[in-house]
Design a protein around this ligand. Structure first.
Ligand code: ADQ
Length: 489
């Protein structure tokens, strides 16, 4: 399939996510500066060679004036990004409200908000209306830019209505939807007042993807139990229309991490860290400061370990890097104070004039700093209470080929399905078990560490982000072709 000049056609991929992969800062009335924010999704799609990707999403800023919107649209076009402009009220009700206050906790098994029932119901209704309105605004921008033959890939719990909005406008559009969080058991999902509307809206997609087989199974059960539809090995069937449902475990751009370890600046940083922590085993946690990451539970388990193993007290250090998120939400502020209080108590109890057992940083690290830290770590502690996948565990493994450190991993992270055989799996709620796993990791033989690391390193370097994106998109193309063939028969 070629252009007249002999170059192959590349299919256009419209990636629709709540946030664009850039941060925009306004310099003057009509001038913007943009910075690419490299996350897992961005690097996954940068590596996809067969498609020409365009991003559609919110730039994270309120731009009320037409001149500013026009200037930002122009600046973003150079980065192949197309903005959706959301005003402050919509952001408050759709993003802070329905997405982050209702769907995020529910999908991570934390339940619906516990406020006064009536107040919740009232705000629930207006937040749900704003959610639908915002999804329609994303759909309007997709429709404006869609060209026949494009593939549209919708991302995450923010955009569950988008497949339905798009298909209503154009039933021929190839639409896929992928969820980055867990999809909970149908018993949890059925507590959501808008449970059926959301399921129907997602089922409008041609292909629906999850990180693990379990999440896909929960979704199919929700459709069969709540909507009364038929679940098949392929997906969900509604009056002859099949929506394909499958697992597509995400990966990372492992080469990027492995190459970073060769950069002189990173090697210098590694030397400094080794010197600073000489004579001590380094344990590491890297998380957004979110309730789902189980940070207090992790620190309490470390405290228990120190209590029970006095001989290790001056021989280990826990470095916990926690990037603050959603800092305006009271529950998140409470979590920050709680973590600070526990860290202070433990450092007061077990610290000496020369060293403290926990280094807790409330901030993000740059890419090179993060790689250096991963490389000097002896034990990574990932204790999420629930986590769609958890890419930190993958990044740690990619940076450990010389050290062969141990990964302690929550059984409630999607990554437990792929890295479980190499990691020590724990129930993060069981602090005694996590404390025991720290001892097991510290005393593990070199042969055992090597064997476990080999398994995980092989997985992380084979099942990459690029593979994930390519598999999803080619499966979406195939699904649509198969559906067309079925209709013709
Ligand atoms: P997140 O909940 O953000 O993602 P995760 O998968 O761990 O969780 O990815 C976080 C990313 O941010 C990693 O690339 C990590 O390096 C970076 N990061 C985290 N803390 C950092 C810090 N303090 N400093 C610098 N960088 C930091 C959601 C889901 C996950 C799912 C991903 C991808 O919640 O379960 O794995 O999407 O699908």
């Amino acid at each position: 399939w070629e252009r007249p000049d002999g170059r192959p056609f590349r299919q256009r991929l419209l990636v629709v996510a709540n946030r664009l992969p850039v941060s925009a800062v306004r310099r003057s009335e009509e001038s913007w500066s943009l910075e690419i924010s490299a996350g897992g999704l961005v690097s996954a799609l940068l590596g996809v060679k067969d498609f020409e990707a365009r991003w559609i999403g919110w730039a994270g800023v309120n731009v009320p004036d037409v001149a500013g919107q026009r200037a930002l649209t122009k600046a973003l076009a150079e980065k192949r990004c197309i903005p959706v402009f959301l005003d402050e009220d919509i952001v408050h009700q759709y993003y802070n409200g329905y997405c982050n206050n209702i769907l995020w906790p529910l999908f991570h098994y934390l339940g619906l908000p516990q406020e006064d029932r009536l107040a919740t119901t009232r705000s629930f209704q207006s937040q749900f209306a704003a959610y639908i309105k915002a999804n329609q605004m994303f759909a309007d921008v997709v429709n404006q830019h869609y060209e026949e033959g494009d593939v549209v890939w919708c991302h995450d719990y923010h955009l569950m209505f988008l497949p339905q909005c798009l298909k209503k406008h154009n039933s021929q559009m190839k639409v896929g939807w992928f969820l980055h969080t867990p999809f909970p058991s149908s018993e949890i999902h059925r507590t959501l007042p808008s449970r059926s509307e959301l399921l129907h809206a997602v089922l409008a997609a041609d292909l629906v993807g999850f990180h693990t087989y379990d999440y896909a199974r929960h979704f199919v059960s929700a459709c069969t139990r709540i909507l009364g539809l038929e679940g098949t090995p392929e997906g969900v069937e509604d009056q002859g229309k099949l929506t394909r449902v499958a697992a597509f475990p995400i990966g990372i751009d492992s080469e990027r991490f492995i190459r970073a370890l060769e950069v002189p600046q990173v090697q210098e940083h590694i030397r400094e860290l080794k010197e600073r922590f000489a004579g001590r085993k380094v344990m590491l946690g890297v998380d957004r400061l979110d309730m789902i990451k189980g940070i207090p539970q992790k620190i309490l388990a470390f405290e228990k370990f120190l209590e029970e193993h006095p001989t290790w007290r001056d021989k280990v250090v826990l470095v916990q890097i926690a990037v603050p998120t959603r800092t305006d939400v009271p529950e998140y502020q409470k979590l920050t104070s709680q973590v600070h209080e526990i860290v202070g108590r433990i450092n007061g109890r077990f610290g000496t004039l020369s060293a403290v057992p926990i280094h807790h940083l409330d901030r993000s690290l740059d890419f090179h700093g993060l790689c250096a830290l991963y490389a000097v770590t002896d034990i990574a502690l990932v204790t999420s209470l629930r986590d769609g996948m958890n890419l930190v565990s993958y990044e740690f493994v990619a940076c450990q080929d010389s050290k062969k450190g141990v990964l302690i991993l929550s059984e409630f992270a999607g990554a437990a399905q792929s890295l479980g055989a190499g990691a020590i799996l724990v129930n993060p709620w069981n602090i005694t078990e996590v404390a025991a796993s720290i001892e097991q990791a510290l005393t593990m033989s070199a042969e055992e560490r090597e064997k476990r690391h080999r398994h995980n390193f092989g997985h992380v370097t084979t099942h990459t982000a690029q593979e994930w994106a390519e598999t999803f998109v080619s499966e979406l193309n195939d699904t649509v072709v198969e559906a067309q063939l079925r209709i013709r028969q």
